[in-house]
Design a protein around this ligand. Structure first.
Ligand code: NAP
Ligand code: ZN
Length: 351
């Protein structure tokens, strides 16, 4: 297969800084779209992956799955997109397209789904590389259309932070009578507040950070509870229909379960791994409460969200950075010092 060399940013080891690398992209095949990347959001998953927090990283890794760009070239069989279109790529670049999940627009649960980075690239028999790069080549079925009225840097985080919170809000039928709480005000958390608010829900934020209260209210939260304050946590008992927990590391879920209403659900989207401390089942049983998980969203649902954002003029609150600042951005993300998503201006890769 014909390939071309493309400039990118990535890392070759868990303890190494990200630096400029050269990677290979395939030349477009029949159904491929080649995209010049304009902006790429920085997700906490990028950091987990670069640091091998999940124990599955193959190096070198080029992170980035919140990609916005313009179509440079299309394969002969592409009919959805043309040169110059404003498009996006999220966390998925392929799936089997035949299983029940794929048929039901749930490609993210296909056993063969391919992540935008760190997945298996069947074309080049190697690992997929993400959006911290000049350009990317993607099957048209996994390319999304971006409304032209939206800020291009601001829309990038919708591709992961947005869809990861939108999918559970939709699955659990959040609407104007819903009482929703969000745990953690970072990339996912701030999109969750905006989207739950836009759906008409009453929104509460649980945060450890007292300095984020005003921001949370400006984003659309009706209330803020400081999770380290026992008195505030006690007042939150039996209050919520749905809680989205975006915290990236192991933490105690029990206080959040206690703050669910009867039939309420706590959806973990942030942390992947065994719980510590353990979950106490008593409030689950006594109140028919559920603890669930949710992974990003399918292609059709992501397009639905992009269109919703276009209609309601919703974008992420971003701090645009040059690619050369990515290592400092990771440091700040570890300190919860993000307001509220870093987005890389990819033209800096050429400077
Ligand atoms: P982020 O921007 O770093 O935000 C995480 C927030 O969690 C922080 O701002 C902080 O908010 C809170 N937090 C609580 N304890 C923390 C701790 N020990 N360290 C750091 N933050 C802590 O992260 P993100 O990009 O929103 O991603 C959140 C998690 O979701 C990551 O683990 C990521 O891998 C995962 N994720 C999952 C999916 C999925 O499909 N399920 C998709 C994308 C990302 P406060 O200051 O308000 O407490
Ligand atoms: Zn992500």
């Amino acid at each position: 297969m014909k390939t071309k060399k493309v400039s990118a940013y990535g890392t070759e080891a868990a303890d190494a800084a990200l630096k400029q690398l050269e990677i290979k992209r395939r030349e477009v095949t029949l159904k491929d779209v080649e995209i010049d990347i304009l902006f790429c959001g920085v997700c906490h998953s990028d950091l987990h992956f670069a640091h091998n927090d999940w124990g599955m990283t193959q190096y070198p890794v080029v992170p980035g799955h919140e990609i916005v760009g313009r179509v440079r070239q299309v394969g002969e069989g592409v009919n959805k997109y043309k040169v110059g279109d404003l498009v996006a790529v999220g966390c998925l670049v392929d799936s089997c397209k035949t299983c029940e999940n794929c048929k039901n627009d749930l490609e993210q649960y296909c056993p063969e789904w391919v992540g935008t980075y760190g997945g298996y690239d069947k074309h080049l028999d190697t690992t997929t590389h993400g959006g911290y790069s000049e350009s990317i080549v993607v099957d048209e079925e996994f390319v999304l259309r971006v409304p032209e009225n939206l800020d291009q840097a601001g829309i990038a985080p919708v591709l992961c932070a947005g869809i990861t919170t939108w999918s559970p809000l939709r699955h659990w039928n959040v609407g104007k009578d819903s009482k929703v709480a969000i745990v953690g005000l970072g990339g996912l958390g701030h999109m969750a507040i905006k989207l739950a608010h836009a759906l008409g829900a009453h929104v509460t934020l649980f945060s450890r950070s007292t300095n984020k209260i005003e921001d949370a209210k400006a984003l659309g939260a009706d209330e803020v509870i400081i999770s380290t304050d026992d008195a505030q946590m006690k007042r939150a008992l039996e209050s919520f229909d749905l809680i989205l927990d975006t915290v990236p590391y192991a933490h105690d879920l029990n206080p959040y379960v206690s703050s669910l209403n009867t039939n309420g659900t706590l959806v973990v989207v942030g942390y992947l791994g065994p719980l510590d401390p353990m979950l106490v089942t008593v409030p689950l049983i006594m109140g028919r409460k559920s603890v669930a998980g949710s992974l990003i969203g399918g292609i059709a649902e992501t397009q639905e969200l992009l269109d919703f954002c276009g209609k309601h003029n919703i974008t992420s609150d971003v701090e645009v950075i040059d690619i050369q600042d990515i290592n400092q951005a990771y440091e700040r993300m570890l300190k919860s010092d993000v307001h509220y998503r870093f987005v890389i201006d990819m033209k800096s890769l050429k400077s």
